[in-house]
Write a protein that binds this ligand. Sequence first.
Ligand SMILES: [Fe+2]
Length: 250
Amino acid sequence: METRLRALVVSDLHSNFEPLRSVISRVRRKKFDSVVCLGDFVGYCAEPNQVLDTMRTIRGTKLYVRGNHDRVAAGIEDGAGFNPAAKEAAFWTRTKLSAPNRRFLEKLSVGPVRHNSVMICHGSPYHEDEYIFTEHHAAQILLEYDATFILYGHTHLPVVFSLDQRRNVGGLLIRGEATIRLERGMRYLINPGSVGQPRDRDPQASCAIFDSERMTVQFFRVAYDYTKTQRSILKAGLPPILAERLAYGT
Ligand SMILES: [Fe+2]
């Protein structure tokens, strides 16, 4: 029998603790019993241990997959494809992780992970580093996999792609807050956006609550004090560009 998934869905936290704290406070009274994290717990910002301690102890059943920054920060890879600022932050993170947090990163599941009709992954089910931007690409993936819902991250953009039984594909970039009703018979690719480094020119943290039984996905935007994050990035000696972009959501 299908088990309902009623989950807070977050992605791309990127060691930015302030927005994570704001998100948790915002959804405190909302109904969910699981937490899905689609990877990139760390990288870019300067609070990896606060973010990981929080995600390891947050209430609810945890369904987590790793992201590309998690691999490099855990020492699984050397960050060859990273830009210099990303690489510097990942290497800095390696030196700061507590022993339990390092072990947690090393042991994170490689996506995709399946939970009944729901599949979770960082980039795409093909590969954790693949970006899904276009309707054409989304349709290819929805035709290839039989999951009703694929939750993904990596692009840092809140999006819903849908595929109907006639193979018509639709794509919706979510602006601000919205509750999307999901229809039976359709299949979906859903990205909750990024908590720690939004890239849709809205600096507020982005996340979602997904309910497989009510067939809804509710998107939230949560304001936080990004100047606090900026100060901690600069204090850690990380590249200033990583602090600057948080003000613009880029
Ligand atoms: Fe990311």
